[in-house]
Design a binder for this molecule. Sequence first.
Ligand SMILES: Cc1cc2nc3c(=O)[nH]c(=O)nc-3n(C[C@H](O)[C@H](O)[C@H](O)COP(=O)(O)OP(=O)(O)OC[C@H]3O[C@@H](n4cnc5c(N)ncnc54)[C@H](O)[C@@H]3O)c2cc1C
Length: 506
Amino acid sequence: MSNVDLLGRRKFIAGLGVAAGAAMVAPAMAVSEKADGVKWDKEVEVVIIGSGFAGLAAAIEATKLGAKDVHIFEKMSYFGGNSAINGGLFAAPGTPMQKKENVDDSVERMVNDQLASGRGIADEGLLRHVASHALEALQMTLDAGSEYHPYLQQLGGHSVARTYQTTVSCGAGITQPLYKECKRIGVNTHNRSKFEGFLVGKDGKVVGVKMRTNYHFNEDQPGEVLNIRAKKGVIMATGGFGQNVDLRMAQDPTLTAEVGCTNAPGATGEGMFEMFRLGAIPVHLAHIQSGPWASPDEGGFGYVSNYSIYNFPHSMAVNRLTGKRFMNEIADRKTRADAELSCRNEKGEALPPILITSYKDSKKHPNTKKVIKYNVGWKFDTIEELAKHFDVPLKPLKAQIEEYNSYVKSGEDKQFGKNMTKAKDKYIEAPFTVVRLWPKVHYCQGGVQVNVKAEVKDSFTGKSIPGLYAAGEVCGGIHGVSRLGSCSIPECMVMGMTAARSIMKA
Ligand SMILES: Cc1cc2nc3c(=O)[nH]c(=O)nc-3n(C[C@H](O)[C@H](O)[C@H](O)COP(=O)(O)OP(=O)(O)OC[C@H]3O[C@@H](n4cnc5c(N)ncnc54)[C@H](O)[C@@H]3O)c2cc1C
């Protein structure tokens, strides 16, 4: 396995020939307009822009609360955004599965775990609001027909096991049932419909939207723009901007087009920027999260990400230069991503670390067969073969495995303080499964500022912008420096439901 030449990570990924982030798109920026004298092409009750977790949950909740004419507009040809390709991992406190597995959890405990990961700048009020309603959101998915594995996972930075995962190991296990539920209850859905700007009434109230029809992503646009009046208001659920290379590089110049990205191509952020143009407050835009479970050997989220998320608690991450561990394998994402990026050879070039798992424990995850089949993970019968393949010094590696196994036995990790609960009886022993790790752009902690009613605050007036609500990854500030895994689904769904409750009260 050759090392690659890198001081910054951009060259490294290019050197590996990994597909660049799919989109180099600069979103067409429309300017919102005054609605005076506008000719309305259509009048509806509730407008929702975006068809991920936030938009779908908002549509279902608004309909439950009596709305008769709810419309979801989605710019892509398909529905679901990042939500449909996500890992299907859903955290909630006080669930039936936690009761079954005797896990002692609470809203406060989940909030405290997230505050720690947020490093002092997360929004405690929003975190508590989401954690308090996460069970309702989980129930909405169950009512719609989502199915989950019959066991909980403990993800990095969570102090207890509180994460459900869909049986299809993918967010489509949630978006498809929610979408079907939307159709069943009469929600109107429009694909290839791109939001291009707001229409604003005399008092600054958002009264409608400009929507381009027959939109073809990244192509010449033949479709006409319709003025759609939203009688009750507009819910923006347009997701993050991970695929907008210009926007992310404006925050962090190292996040070039060559850096891998797990996001769907439509995650380009123009909905967020149009809200800024209206006066919304930008929060934490520079906090762009990289996923520490990603592999440099495949594009996007691939097969390795969910494989390693499942296996980290009972695996050992090893620096190939030293043959030793270099991090707590279930620390929060930022801690691990930073630790991985510091794995370098003597010349300072990137040297992706390896995650070593006993084959017998790894094979319980459905992706294990796939990572081996597609050559993005490898099985070794002996430690000697493993060390030779990855050019790891054998003696320190053997000593490290012995030391780590003593922590499995005692339940106390003296090297990095890892919580060993889920590692119980899972010794690192042959045969082994191994994957390489390197962080990829994954999630935008930044976005527009919202309150616990999903209202968008106006930086000029200090008040909420009337008629406008936002939910999901388009919002910023809730998670602070680093979001914990499996906490976006509850956030998007709870805030989508919250936006619907607010709009139906207004
Ligand atoms: C690969 C991957 C795995 C993940 N795994 C997990 C996980 O297991 N658990 C977890 O909690 N989180 C996970 N996340 C994070 C989580 O999936 C996202 O934060 C979440 O899906 C965002 O949902 P959303 O509804 O805000 O936006 P999205 O699901 O991204 O939906 C936004 C939609 O708006 C559309 N849109 C954007 N602009 C416009 C416009 N101008 N006009 C019309 N439509 C527009 C987009 O095309 C998109 O379909 C993962 C993310 C990725 C990328």
